[in-house]
Design a protein around this ligand. Structure first.
Ligand SMILES: [Zn+2]
Length: 358
């Protein structure tokens, strides 16, 4: 199959649907990286350029707050809303300069955090009125803690609203294990860590007529990286769900659903490949990219320790200036390079590396 041609810039609307459909056709998925500042966003765009494949940049609730600035008061989600919008505007301003296509997304939003996404959608509607396209490509609602009927009813309302801008909604069915972004699911009942095909069909019937959606299904995946053997990964749940929906609704496609793999960090290349073959189009990666950013900086601090004790004086002489070692750009760039390399690796494992033209 010929590589999919994409325009540099933010991928939205029908172009995003085409992108996900292509991913399923050629059995590849896109890495989705949690970004907390412009340095992370730039490193992700550099990875897209190097991998010749689009990446997804996403902002979590607390990541957005950090983007806006931790000293900002987050009453009524003001800081998180401002941070999400600032992050999206930053990516929009530089993506074309990198010459790469990029998807803009917001991560987990539980019921109590809905005012955050409300604010971001409001900003998106204002952007849409001006530019004819949405600010973000997609948003996620994570109402997996609510009863399934409430989860889908609230999701349906939000999808109806953002579908007017041709945006996609990511929902969560079942619970992603582990801990991330201050949400700790490490004690959750075992059966909840596995999504049922019946729930997937219910989501298909409820949301399908309203607009475009993706499903973060639980198949034993966890946020964070832990020693092996804690939870068993069962990607076959994704396959079973596709077959169940196809046969129940006689869909023409073998993969009527587009799945999202949360907690991709720490997964083996084989596990990733299997999940992607069952219709995963997006894999979230956070812990591994946090490490890829921090590790080279830690090494730098260790290696250059003698140059970082004061502004003047190092092993070359008591009055030698240390400005070029202290400058945060020196070590932030090392973090960016580490993050870029890790995302390029993810593109290879997800099969998206080199499969696009732009
Ligand atoms: Zn997640």
């Amino acid at each position: 199959m010929a590589p999919l041609k994409l325009k540099p810039g933010v991928v939205t609307g029908d172009a995003l649907l085409e992108l996900f459909a292509y991913c399923k056709q050629v059995d590849c998925a896109l890495p989705s990286v949690n970004v907390i500042g412009s340095h992370g966003a730039n490193a992700a765009l550099a990875a897209a350029r190097e991998a010749q494949a689009p990446v997804i940049i996403q902002f979590s609730h607390t990541g957005s707050q950090f983007y806006g600035g931790k000293s900002l008061d987050n009453a009524a989600q003001k800081a998180s809303i401002a941070g999400s919008v600032a992050g999206a505007m930053h990516v929009r301003a530089v993506a074309a300069a990198y010459g790469v296509p990029v998807v803009l997304h917001t991560d987990h939003c539980a019921k109590k955090l809905l005012p955050w996404v409300d604010g971001v959608i409001e900003a998106g509607e204002a952007y849409f009125a001006k530019h004819g396209e949405p600010l973000f490509s997609s948003h996620m609602l994570d109402l997996s803690e609510e009863p399934i009927a409430d989860n889908l009813e609230i999701s349906r309302k939000y999808l109806a609203r953002i579908a007017k801008m041709k945006m996609t909604l990511e929902i969560e069915l079942g619970v992603t294990g582990g801990e991330e972004d201050g949400v700790d699911n490490s004690g959750v009942e075992h059966s909840k860590l596995y999504t049922s095909p019946e729930d997937v069909l219910l989501a298909y019937d409820t949301l399908g007529p309203v607009g475009s959606f993706t499903v973060a299904a639980s198949f034993g995946n966890t946020h964070g990286v832990y020693a092996a053997g804690n939870v068993k990964l069962k990607p076959s749940i994704l396959h079973d769900s596709q077959v169940f929906v196809k046969s129940a609704r006689k869909t023409t496609s073998d993969e009527p659903l587009s799945f999202v793999f949360h907690g991709g960090s720490g997964s083996t290349a084989e596990e990733i490949k299997e999940a992607v073959s069952y219709g995963v189009v997006k894999m979230n990666i956070d812990t591994d990219t946090q490490w890829a950013f921090t590790d080279p900086i830690k090494k730098y601090m260790d290696e250059k320790g003698a140059y970082l004790k004061s502004q003047l004086g190092n092993p070359e002489g008591p009055e030698k200036p240390n400005k070029k070692y202290i400058d945060p750009r020196v070590w932030l760039q090392l973090g960016e390079k580490g993050l870029t390399a890790r995302l390029v690796q993810a593109c290879k494992e997800l099969g998206s590396f080199g499969k696009f033209e732009f």
